[in-house]
Every structure is written in C-alpha cells, then in structure tokens.
Design a protein around this ligand. Structure first.
Ligand SMILES: Cc1cc2nc3c(=O)[nH]c(=O)nc-3n(C[C@H](O)[C@H](O)[C@H](O)COP(=O)(O)OP(=O)(O)OC[C@H]3O[C@@H](n4cnc5c(N)ncnc54)[C@H](O)[C@@H]3O)c2cc1C
Length: 359
C-alpha cells in the first residue's frame, strides 16, 4: 500500500535494465528511489526481446556499479564478425570485452544490486498516468520529486508527458530465440541479408541467442531463418530454450527527453527516450549512460541540462547507426564489409568509436 505522505526523490516507471541502472546510480548518490514495474518477475527476473550483446562500455559501467552477473547466463565476447555473401570481416575490440548476457541474468543481477542499495522495487504495479507530484497507479499516487520514464520502446510516460513524436520512418522489427548449444565463437556473428540481418550471440555457457532485425512487416522466426541457410545448418538439431519474443517498430521519436506535469519534472531514459535501431548493439550501454547523466544533472540541481547531456550520449552512436542503415539501403554495405575485411584494425576502431572510445 502506498504511503500518501512519503515522497521519493525519483519515481522510475519501468524496471528494465535502464530503469534499474538509473535507480542504482541514484541510490549510490544518496537519493531515495522507487521503481514501478508492471510485470511480476519470475524467479527474480524479467525477460525481453534483445540481442543481448553488451558492449565493453556497458560491461565496464555495470562493473563500476557493483553489479555482478552470473557466469552461467553470460559469455564474454571479444568482437564482431560481419558476413555477407560469403565475405567475412572480423573486428576485435581494442579496449575490454563485451558480454553476451541472457536478459534473465541481467535482470536478476540488477534487481539484486538495486535492492542491496535500498531501492524500493514495486513489482506488478503498473503506472496508469502522471499527475502533479507523482505517478498514478492502481495503488494510488506514488509521489516523487522527479518522475522518470524508463518504460521501454512503446513508452506510455513519453505519451502522457506530451513528449512523443510518433513512429519514425525506418520501419524495422526485431525477433529473438535461444537455442541450447555450447557457443562456438567468442565473437558476435552478424549475417547480413537483403533487408534482414541475423545476430548470433553467445548468451551463456550452453545457449546461443539468435536474433533478427528486418525491414517491412511482422514475420515468423522460421521464415526469417530460412533466409540464412548457413545459420539454419549451424543450429540444426539444437533445442529451442526460450520462447520467441519480438519487438517493433523500433524507430520511435521524441520531441524532448525532458518535460513536466505542472511543476513536477518528467525525464525519459533508455528506449523510452526515443530509439533508432538495434543494429549496432548499443541500446543497453547508451541507456545506462543516459541514466547516469540524468542522475548527475538532477543531483547538481541542473535538470534543465538533461536534454543536452542526453544528446551528447547518443550523438555519435546514432550517427554510426544511421550511416550503417543508409549504407544498407543504398547498396554500399557489401563494399563496407570488404573494407572491414581488408582492414581489421579499422573495424576494431569503428567498434571502439561506436562504444564511446575515440582513439
Ligand atoms: C531484437 C533486438 C535486439 C537487440 N539487441 C541488442 C543488443 O545486442 N545489445 C543492446 O545493448 N541492445 C539491444 N537491443 C536493444 C535493447 O533491448 C534495449 O535498448 C533495452 O532493452 C532498453 O532497456 P529499457 O530498460 O529502456 O527498456 P525495457 O527493457 O523495454 O524495459 C522497460 C520496462 O518497463 C516496464 N513497463 C512498461 N510499461 C510500464 C508501466 N506502465 N508501468 C510500469 N512498468 C512498465 C516493462 O514491463 C519493462 O520491464 C535489442 C533490441 C531488440 C528488439
């Protein structure tokens, strides 16, 4: 039951990875935080459609926050492979390692760290609106000084705060499944097809994530897999070990990442703050940086700076994402793969730049 007299510093709508990382940053800064999560976790964790490749900056970010991910539900990776029409380019991260991390393991680790720091997790409590001073729920108004929308791609908070600018023109969808098999590679393998890509991520000691991103309309896993015979052959006979989960359209636009309901500020982080695409595997890392930036400006009493701080976080990765999507559209991707094959050191630098490390 909500105590009508208690006021948290932050009320975060959404207990996904970005909501929880934001909560952990805030708790470490000495703030009182409540997280509202509509779903009820099963065995302490929540699942979601994701390629589950956490880039080195995201791995370092979690480590610095004291988040410990179990070794069974994760698998380190040292770079990315692109393959198109049999041409294969391999890039290695010059700094650190990425982590293929099953969302169930990520969720469990983040929830545990947040609870350890005194974050109040209110599971199974859906936000149904915003009001001056708090978030509306079936259990009354949950009061906070700053209301944070971390409620994902189809954020209702974004809409309620009048910050949504609708679906963007790049109509792409995502779908994932896991198969039970020992990962064969310490790289994320990306197979590039016509209007569709297939991402193979080692996601634990005995499972591999198979994710597709494509343009057009909704499709089934089998019809997407049929477009990659080499992948179908590789995973043939491996039992499916997670239900298919999809998401989209991915391109969601925002008017701003900061708004207000009367005098109460509302800020957006993660996918709720707008999303372009998952093709560079940066969604989680970028969301973590947004959460950190938000807590920093809030703590400094400079919340008005959040849109600028947010823009600084996403500018370069979004430019690279747009570049990659454009190269695919205009038929330059094959050339790009050949270039990366010829210059693996350049591929490594591109991966590092994408991850926020300009050499
Ligand atoms: C196919 C695919 C592949 C991807 N691959 C990668 C990858 O390899 N690497 C990477 O970094 N990123 C990847 N991404 C992107 C990544 O999944 C997202 O960026 C990330 O999940 C964003 O986290 P979030 O916490 O903002 O949102 P979410 O994970 O969507 O969490 C939002 C939470 O809010 C809750 N919620 C929603 N509405 C309410 C409400 N009204 N009240 C209370 N709670 C609510 C939901 O239940 C959910 O738990 C991929 C995405 C897709 C679709």
């Amino acid at each position: 039951m909500t105590d009508p007299t208690s006021i948290a510093d932050l009320v975060i709508v959404g207990g996904g990875p970005v909501g929880l990382v934001t909560a952990i940053h805030a708790a470490l800064a000495g703030l009182q935080v409540t997280v509202l999560e509509a779903r009820t976790p099963k065995q302490g964790s929540l699942d979601k459609a994701c390629g589950e490749g956490l880039m080195p900056a995201g791995v370092a970010h979690l480590r610095a926050l004291g988040v410990e991910i179990d070794a069974v539900g994760s698998h380190p990776f040292g770079g990315i492979v692109w393959e198109e029409d049999g041409v294969r380019a391999s890039g290695r991260f010059p700094h650190g390692q990425g982590l293929g991390v099953r969302r169930l393991s990520l969720s469990r680790a983040l929830r545990s760290r947040a609870q350890e720091l005194g974050v109040v997790l209110r599971d199974g409590l859906r936000a149904t609106g915003l009001a001056a001073g708090g978030v509306v729920t079936s259990d009354g108004l949950v009061r906070g000084r700053l209301l944070v929308g971390a409620d994902g791609l189809h954020s209702r908070v974004r809409k309620w705060a009048g910050l949504s600018a609708g679906v963007g023109p790049i109509e792409r969808f995502g779908l994932r499944r896991h198969v039970r098999m020992t990962p064969w590679s310490d790289q994320v393998e990306v197979y590039l097809g016509d209007g569709v890509e297939c991402y193979l991520t080692p996601a634990g000691v005995d499972q591999v994530g198979v994710a597709f991103l494509w343009s057009g309309s909704k499709e089934r896993f089998e019809s997407l897999l049929a477009r990659f015979p080499q992948v179908a052959q590789r995973i043939e006979g491996a039992p499916q070990c997670s239900p298919d989960r999809g998401s989209g359209p991915l391109h969601q636009k925002t008017l701003s990442v900061l708004g207000a309901v009367e005098d109460t500020p509302v800020a957006l982080v993660g996918d709720a703050a707008g999303y372009l695409d998952a093709c560079t595997g940066e969604g989680l890392s970028l969301g973590f940086k947004q959460g950190q930036a938000l807590v920093r400006v809030f703590q400094a009493g400079q919340l008005a700076d959040y849109p600028r701080a947010h823009a600084r976080v996403v500018r370069l990765p979004y430019t690279m994402m747009k570049g990659l999507l454009w190269a695919s559209r205009v038929g330059l991707r094959k050339w790009l793969v050949r270039l990366m094959r010829a210059m693996p050191w350049l591929f490594g630098r591109v991966l590092a730049a994408n991850d926020g490390k300009l050499l």
